[in-house]
Ligand binder design. Sequence first.
Ligand SMILES: Nc1nc2c(c(=O)[nH]1)N[C@@H](CNc1ccc(C(=O)N[C@@H](CCC(=O)N[C@@H](CCC(=O)N[C@@H](CCC(=O)O)C(=O)O)C(=O)O)C(=O)O)cc1)CN2
Ligand code: MET
Ligand SMILES: [Zn+2]
Length: 783
Amino acid sequence: MTTNDTTATPEFPAGTVLGYPRIGPRRELKKAIEAFWAGRTDAAEVEAVAADLRRRTRTRLAELGLRTDLPAIPSAFSFYDQVLDATALLGAVPARFADLVGDDGRLDLAGYSTVARGRGEDLPLEMTKWFDTNYHYLVPEIGPETEFRYASDRPVREFAEGLADGVLTRPVIVGPVTYLALAKPTEGAPEGFSPIDRLADVLPVYAELLRDLRAAGATWVQLDEPALVSDSVDATPEQLHAAVAEAYRALATQIPADERPAILVAAPYGDLGEALPLLAATDIEGIALDLVRGALPAEPVPGLAGKVVVGGVIDGHNVWRADLGRALDRLESLRGIAGAEATVAAGTSTSLFHVPHDVEDEPALDPTLRSWLAFADQKVAEVAALATGLAEGGLAVKEQILAADAALATRRNAPGVVRPEVRERLAALGEDAFQRGDFADRKAAQAQRLQLPPLPTTTIGSFPQTPDIRKARAAHDRGDLSTAQYEDEMRAEIRRVVELQESIGLDVLVHGEPERNDMVQYFAENLDGFAVTQNGWVQSYGSRCTRPSILWGDVSRPAPITVGWTQYTQSLTSKPVKGMLTGPVTILAWSFVRDDQPLGDTANQVALALRDEITDLEAAGIAIVQVDEPALRELLPLRAADHAAYLDWSVRSFRLATSGVRADTQIHTHLCYSEFGEVIGAIDGLDADVTSIEAARSKMEILGDIADAGYPRAVGPGVYDIHSPRVPSEAEVTELLESAVKSIAVDQLWVNPDCGLKTRRYEEVTPSLESILAATRAVRATL
Ligand SMILES: Nc1nc2c(c(=O)[nH]1)N[C@@H](CNc1ccc(C(=O)N[C@@H](CCC(=O)N[C@@H](CCC(=O)N[C@@H](CCC(=O)O)C(=O)O)C(=O)O)C(=O)O)cc1)CN2
Ligand code: MET
Ligand SMILES: [Zn+2]
């Protein structure tokens, strides 16, 4: 049965990380691949940039203390997305892209890019959030007919590249259970079909890959199985548990141990719960636990004896310097629980690709704040110190532990971390600060004030961020353009955006957000309690990156932020201009947030600052204010048991931000995802007068949920899929609107795109908005 008995498990290092940023310290990969897409370079050039990045990563991780003779350094590169890489590995490219696949099953870089980005009428793979992060993966499409084959030896080549350089890496692949649990059925798959039903057919491909990796010299491989920590994947716990047993019987038990690398299954982002004993009962050689989000097992787990257990005590998902002494204690506790026959190693809770490269690359950050932070490189050093501590005892790393203690102590007591005036103001709020008046009264007052036509048209806020806008901002940041000149340029942009909207005939206008580098970073730059980075880029999807802000102290608003821009815009038009703010939950979700108090308390501080901003907008005569909460769904905890508490604080913070206005001021919110049904209770709780949501790709499906729930307020289901360069035709939008007016009351319906237009170009946006207006006029005529 078990073939492992005769072969000793290959040695595992005492410290490792589950993954590392792949975009490059200066976004080298983004620049190379975007140049390739634009036809400015060829694939060989991009491959050369990528190989150089991988080599620099290996060298850097070795310098920082990871072993090169044992598989401590992950081989976890991706040109676009690790789930797309697994699709390429399995040859599971959707039929519409079949012509891109070579006879050997391979996708070249151009084909791989096309599957990610689409072409003409061939929609790309759908993009969706990766667990509770701001990273997006490409959703595999798997049907009963999908043929799997071992179609890419990229992981083997990248492993061999490291070995040739003298580094024994550990290849990292999305595991078979997670791959299928994150997939969606192909269109036309029979009712009741679930991608996980195809497990037995993907396992032979994984088996071939493992044999190949072993032949190339790999001693360990890491299979990422985060689906096991989540209740939100499209498979029941029973299906997942059965799949784990089947997958790892096939890969660990049935392949003789000397014909494959030892298998480390990593479970980042949460607690394995009931899946832990199941995994431990398989013949895999190692398990990596997330001990930041997940708990230490309370009691010994049968099956861990003889296994490697990586204790993910260093947070891969946030930027605070660790309490090293406590982390070492937790690893020692893990040793106790895992038992003498298990081998405990120090690790990160998740891959480090959610954090920027290097704190030392931020010379403009306040040095005190910098001393509290750990980006990827600092986290690697923390892991290396813990590895030494595990091997040689705490005394061997006493200095590092004391330095961490000292940094934490200054953080606790630093000015700005706790500001009594912020806390007293929050504590003094009564329940009325979270309540607006009756919706029926608001509706009447707003209709009276705004005088909008049926099916009012609007956009979600941003217009294209043109190269000229970005150049001007870069010049201003460098000091080459004065603030007055920069603001003149932004006002000129606002004038163009207003003229365009008027000529197209939109009913509620926006200023277009040209002055914002990012919808969160912009507010962080203008609020106290936040810091922003210069080079702290983190991949959000494909080549797109953000620089998450660092929320380190109590939050307040030193001065109005958007009021001047909004008032200027309103002065240009007689149509209502919608003020545009980012909500508290989204500001938290897309920043690195202090970990020394409950998130709900931090959210309320942000909410109070926004509340003041909204009051000022209202006083300046602005009749509509949109408060975006696209991340409301993203922060939803992975375990269903934690949902209620989260929804309570998140909804309350939104209400605190938005309930200080008069009845005739209309509050909009925007949530750019289509799983409306999952959080419909929370959306109801937000009590926004108008909610816009993504709907174009799912053909307005969500309206059914809204009608079924008897949702009373207005909604703007998106009629234009802004994620694609495609221009929708008038007929297409008309069809969507006709189906919408059939399922919900006309006076509840707004017309808008799925999301902001900042990533699109005017060549796409102008005709698309024209189609929307033409379709709206046509449908209005039938009412
Ligand atoms: N934080 C955040 N998360 C989000 C979203 C979002 O909008 N913000 N939207 C959803 C989808 N995710 C997205 C993430 C990033 C981008 C995006 O467009 N990112 C831009 C960067 C945006 C930015 O920060 N721009 C800065 C810096 C731009 C820049 O690269 N400047 C050049 C110089 C410019 C020049 O000279 O031409 C440079 O620094 O090298 C600015 O405009 O000021 C990119 O990767 O290209 C879009 C969507 C979900 N999560
Ligand atoms: C990711 S949600 C975007 C909302 C923002 N107001 C925009 O239009 O860009
Ligand atoms: Zn959006």
